[in-house]
Design a protein around this ligand. Structure first.
Ligand SMILES: C[C@@]1(CC(=O)O)c2cc3[nH]c(cc4nc(cc5[nH]c(cc(n2)[C@H]1CCC(=O)O)[C@@](C)(CC(=O)O)[C@@H]5CCC(=O)O)C(CC(=O)O)=C4CCC(=O)O)c(CCC(=O)O)c3CC(=O)O
Ligand SMILES: NC(=O)C1=CN([C@@H]2O[C@H](COP(=O)(O)OP(=O)(O)OC[C@H]3O[C@@H](n4cnc5c(N)ncnc54)[C@H](O)[C@@H]3O)[C@@H](O)[C@H]2O)C=CC1
Length: 207
């Protein structure tokens, strides 16, 4: 069966990461970047995780995992170096919790893909656990093609699309315009972007 890829809005949501090592650190950073409120449960912290705690970016329960640690959280990441503990974390989670198990994907209900961010553009790559290393390689390759210029371009597209959507143009014209601005020439030319936005009046800062 295929996985179902989604973009999750976890801003302000509680996440519990069990384990405070290097792998936990990687997952914690992406949770923080997405605005989650992260609590780490672990008797020891890797220096990088400790720094996040000192900087008040995470909460820390300095203890071994117990099932009550999962109360009232939405996202659970089992990232200890013990397969038994990770399995125990997974079996302690409720049906409505999102659970990721770093050493046994079968026990959880989501996996973390490799990710490339360019502002509003997200490219994520996953292999159903067949080769996380390949996911990383592919993401790095895509990073060469979808370079930093996409960040500004996506800001333009977002503003332009809103303007088109809220204009009085016919549906057909709107569809045509939205297609036109995905042409490469709009990414490469801020003059073209500016000219497009000027069709709708005052210019925006995204250009
Ligand atoms: C199932 C999954 C569960 C999950 O973690 O969600 C999982 C599981 C496991 N990974 C293992 C190994 C490695 N993982 C990486 C890297 C990443 N792993 C990530 C995700 C995932 N890893 C999920 C599937 C995603 C998919 O399908 O592609 C990435 C993409 C995202 C992230 O972690 O943020 C991140 C790249 C981030 C980046 O871009 O930098 C590397 C390479 C490296 O670190 O350089 C290696 C070594 C090379 C190799 O093995 O390929 C092992 C064996 C552990 C052991 O030896 O004991 C397991 C356990 C198992 O296989 O059962
Ligand atoms: N999914 C992925 O991308 C990858 C997963 N792995 C897996 O991740 C596991 C963890 O790797 P690292 O972070 O490098 O290990 P690590 O040894 O650096 O950290 C393990 C952490 O787990 C904590 N811990 C141990 N028992 C605990 C308990 N009962 N309750 C709470 N915390 C507990 C320790 O205090 C420590 O902070 C590895 O065993 C490996 O199987 C490894 C590479 C990639």
């Amino acid at each position: 069966m295929e996985s179902y890829p989604i973009m999750l809005n976890i801003k302000g949501k509680d996440a519990v990461v069990v384990g405070g090592g290097q792998i936990a650190y990687r997952k914690i950073v992406s949770l923080i970047q997405a605005g989650a409120s992260v609590t780490v449960v672990s008797p020891k912290l890797h220096a990088n995780v400790e720094k996040l705690f000192i900087d008040k970016q995470i909460s820390w329960r300095n203890k071994e995992f117990e099932p009550t640690d999962l109360e009232a959280t939405w996202i659970v990441i089992a990232a200890t170096n013990s397969r038994e503990v990770n399995a125990f974390v997974a079996s302690s989670a409720g049906n409505h919790q999102l659970v990721n198990v770093v050493d046994n994907q079968e026990l959880g209900n989501f996996q973390v893909p490799a990710k490339l961010s360019r502002g509003k553009l997200t490219i994520s790559v996953a292999t159903e656990g067949a080769s996380p290393g390949l996911s990383k390689v592919i993401c790095n390759e895509l990073g060469e093609i979808y370079d930093d210029s996409y960040e500004q371009y996506l800001s333009f597209l977002a503003v332009a699309r809103e303007k088109v959507k809220h204009s009085n143009m016919s549906k057909k014209t709107k569809t045509k315009l939205l297609k036109t601005i995905t042409n490469e020439e709009y990414r490469k030319s801020k003059d073209k972007q500016r000219a497009f936005l000027e069709l709708f009046g005052r210019n925006e800062e995204c250009v």
